[in-house]
Every structure is written in structure tokens, then in C-alpha cells.
Design a protein around this ligand. Structure first.
Ligand SMILES: *Cc1c(COP(=O)(O)O)cnc(C)c1O
Length: 374
């Protein structure tokens, strides 16, 4: 099975970098989790939602294709006005406090370009979303890492130093550990002249609905909160992400966007995203299922001897018991059985596996495979 998983790298012709700019030569791009095209796989490696998106999403997109296909010849709304209006209602903010982009990765890249001052430091935890160092390279930002505590939590007192910005994923990736809102507020107060970015890609999976920092954007003009439709709205394939902030920061993002690509969201994505927002019952029900499954998986893994960090996301970060041998071997053995999880070969976290919460059946397959192997 392993053979069918490897990519056809052999077929790639040799690359000639003669005409490349220095910028491109020096970039080390982000490596997303693999998307193998094999059927009988239990894919728990990229934190996608195990459940499909609301059926209303496909209906809305089909509606555009069937009844308004002619509209596809026209450019979409450049500022996604309808989407932002619906979003404003759902998130209880003003439309001019919302920026939308082609996935939150794009929104985050714009944030690096707009707010993080070249050559001045931007602080981020030493264990965090691995796209941040890539953006830092792209935009020549001096990203300074601050060590997490031994329990993988963030101590905001460690961030008391001059900087032009701070960026933290909350819940953190790949640990799933949540930073309480009171700590975020402390950061905002201590750094009034730095932009504080809270990347809430997983916030909808928190046990408490009040964990989001979006509620603070009126109070702090230096706060940017990003979220995405990729995880909690099961729409990773649609590419919709957003930022919430004071309208002055949003205007900066608009200026940048309009100097880059005026139409980041196509008509189908805008229609699908609106439909997803309008089906709130489905959204809430799905998230509650994932949260319940996370509790089940945490308990089961703990019973198998794993050390599982307290996760508020749709994945768990877990260390296999010593009796299972090296973590990389556990990863490889699971992979041979078609169960794909994520392993980061990096200091401090190489003994952990990041396991996406799947359906009850997928989770059971993971647990059965572990039980049978060890
Ligand atoms: C998945 C993820 C994102 C990006 O999501 P998009 O699919 O680009 O919207 C951003 N931040 C973190 C921490 C993530 O895990």
C-alpha cells in the first residue's frame, strides 16, 4: 500500500533556477499534509472536517450554475458585499470590520504584508502554525519565537518585549491548546502599538462558545482575528477565510488586496459561503458532534497509554506510550495500515502525533489499528 502512496516525483523534470529572483531562490515553501488518492485510507492528517458541508451550500452553488450561469461571464463582487453583510449579522460586527480572502492563508499573508514592519520583530510561539515562518521569509519579517511552557501552554508574560506584532494560533496548532481570552486581552493592553493577530482557524471547536477574540475588536484597535470556512464549516475545498478587525486595519487589507488581486472570491465561493452561514443549525450540530468525538478519542487514546494534550480543536496532539517504540515508527506502522496521521520531525514535538478527529468509524479504525499493532 505504501508504494501507491508515494508521489510520482520521478516524473518531474529537473528544475533550472537560472531565471529565478533571489526572493524565490531563498523561499522554503509550506508543505501541506499529503492528499493521497487512494480509496481505503483513513485520512486523519490535514484537520479537514469529517462531515460534509451543509447541503444548502451545494444547493446555492447549483443555483448559480443552473439559473445564473450567464452571470459567470461577469466578475464577482470584488468586496464580497453580500457575504460580508451576512457575516456581519452572524458575528455581530459591522461589515466594514470584515475582510474576506481566498482561504485564511491568503488573509494571513496579507496581514504579514500590511502590518508587520520589515526588520522589526514579530513574536510567535516556538511551536505554532508552520506557515508563519514562510510568510515571514516572503515578507522579510523578523519572526522571533518565544518558547512555550513545558505543558505547551503560552505564558503571555514572556511576550513583554518590543515588537511590531504578535501572531498566535488559538487554539494553537499543532497542539490544540487554548489561550484564555483574559490572556489575549493582557497582550492587547501591553502592546497598544503592535498589531496582535489571533488565528482562530479552530475556535469553533472550543468547548465554550465565548472563547473567540472577535468580541474584542471594538475595544482594541490593534487586534486582528482570522477565521476560516475550511475546518468548522467543512469547506476547505471552497477557499474562504476572513479577518475581523477595526475598520482602519480592514481598510489596509483592502488596499493591499486591491493592489494584488481584486477578486479573491469567485461567485460560486461567495454563494456557497453565504449558504453555509445561513444554515447555523447544521453548523452548530456538526461542531458539537466533532467536540463529542474529540472527547471520545481523547479518552480512548489515554486508555491506550497515550499522553493527550487538552485540545480545543478538531484534532488531538498525542504522545504514544514508550511501549509502542519511537513515535515515527508508530506513524509509519499506522501508515502501512492506511491510517494517515501527521508527524512533525521537529525539536520538542517529534514524539507527538497530530491526529485529526474523524467520523466515529474512522476513529474506531485508528484505535483498532493501534490495538492490533501494539
Ligand atoms: C488550516 C489553518 C489555516 C488556513 O486555513 P485556510 O484553509 O487557508 O482557510 C490557518 N491557520 C491555521 C492555524 C490552520 O490550521
Amino acid at each position: 500500500m505504501v508504494d501507491t502512496l508515494t508521489s510520482n516525483a520521478d516524473a518531474t523534470p529537473e528544475i533550472n533556477t537560472r531565471l529565478w529572483s533571489t526572493l524565490i531562490r531563498n523561499l522554503t515553501p509550506y508543505t501541506p499534509g499529503e492528499q493521497p488518492k487512494h480509496d481505503n485510507l483513513c485520512k486523519l492528517n490535514t484537520n479537514e472536517n469529517p462531515f460534509p458541508p451543509s447541503p444548502k451550500v451545494a444547493e446555492a452553488i447549483a443555483q448559480v450554475l443552473l439559473n445564473q450561469a450567464d452571470h459567470l461571464k461577469r466578475y464577482p463582487a470584488p468586496e464580497s458585499d453580500e457575504l460580508r453583510a451576512v457575516m456581519a449579522q452572524v458575528y455581530q460586527v459591522a461589515p466594514n470590520q470584515i475582510f474576506v480572502g481566498n482561504g485564511s492563508d491568503e488573509v494571513l499573508a496579507h496581514i504579514f504584508a500590511c502590518f508587520f514592519v520589515k526588520d522589526r520583530s514579530v513574536l510567535t510561539p516556538d511551536i505554532g502554525y508552520s506557515f508563519y515562518p514562510v510568510y515571514a521569509d516572503t515578507f522579510h519579517v523578523n519572526l522571533v519565537t518565544i518558547a512555550l511552557k513545558a505543558d505547551f501552554s503560552i505564558d503571555v508574560d514572556d511576550y513583554r518585549r518590543p515588537c511590531s506584532g504578535i501572531i498566535i494560533a488559538n487554539p494553537n496548532a499543532p497542539t490544540g491548546v487554548l489561550l484564555p481570552l483574559a490572556d489575549i486581552e493582557k497582550l492587547l493592553q501591553e502592546h497598544r502599538n503592535a498589531v496582535i493577530v489571533i488565528d482562530e482557524a479552530y475556535i469553533d471547536f472550543a468547548d465554550t462558545p465565548n472563547a473567540s477574540a472577535v468580541s474584542l475588536i471594538d475595544k482594541y484597535d490593534n487586534l486582528v482575528v482570522t477565521q476560516t470556512f475550511s475546518k468548522s464549516r467543512s469547506l476547505a475545498g471552497l477557499r474562504v477565510g476572513m479577518a475581523f478587525a477595526n475598520h482602519s486595519l480592514i481598510e489596509a487589507l483592502n488596499r493591499y488586496k486591491n493592489s494584488f488581486n481584486s477578486y479573491p472570491l469567485d461567485r460560486l465561493a461567495q454563494a456557497g459561503a453565504v449558504a453555509s452561514l445561513q444554515d447555523n443549525d447544521y453548523f452548530v450540530a456538526c461542531n458539537q458532534k466533532v467536540i463529542a468525538l474529540r472527547h471520545d478519542v481523547t479518552q480512548a487514546l489515554t486508555q491506550l497509554g497515550f499522553t493527550v494534550l487538552p485540545s480545543q480543536a478538531n484534532f488531538v496532539f498525542a504522545k504514544p506510550p514508550a511501549s509502542m517504540g519511537e513515535t515515527i515508527q508508530v506513524f509509519e506502522k499506522l501508515r502501512e495500515q492506511g491510517v494517515i496521521v501527521r508527524h512533525f520531525n521537529k525539536p520538542k514535538i517529534s514524539s507527538y502525533l497530530r491526529i485529526t478527529i474523524g467520523t466515529a468509524e474512522q476513529n474506531q479504525r485508528l484505535l483498532d489499528t493501534l490495538t492490533n499493532l501494539f
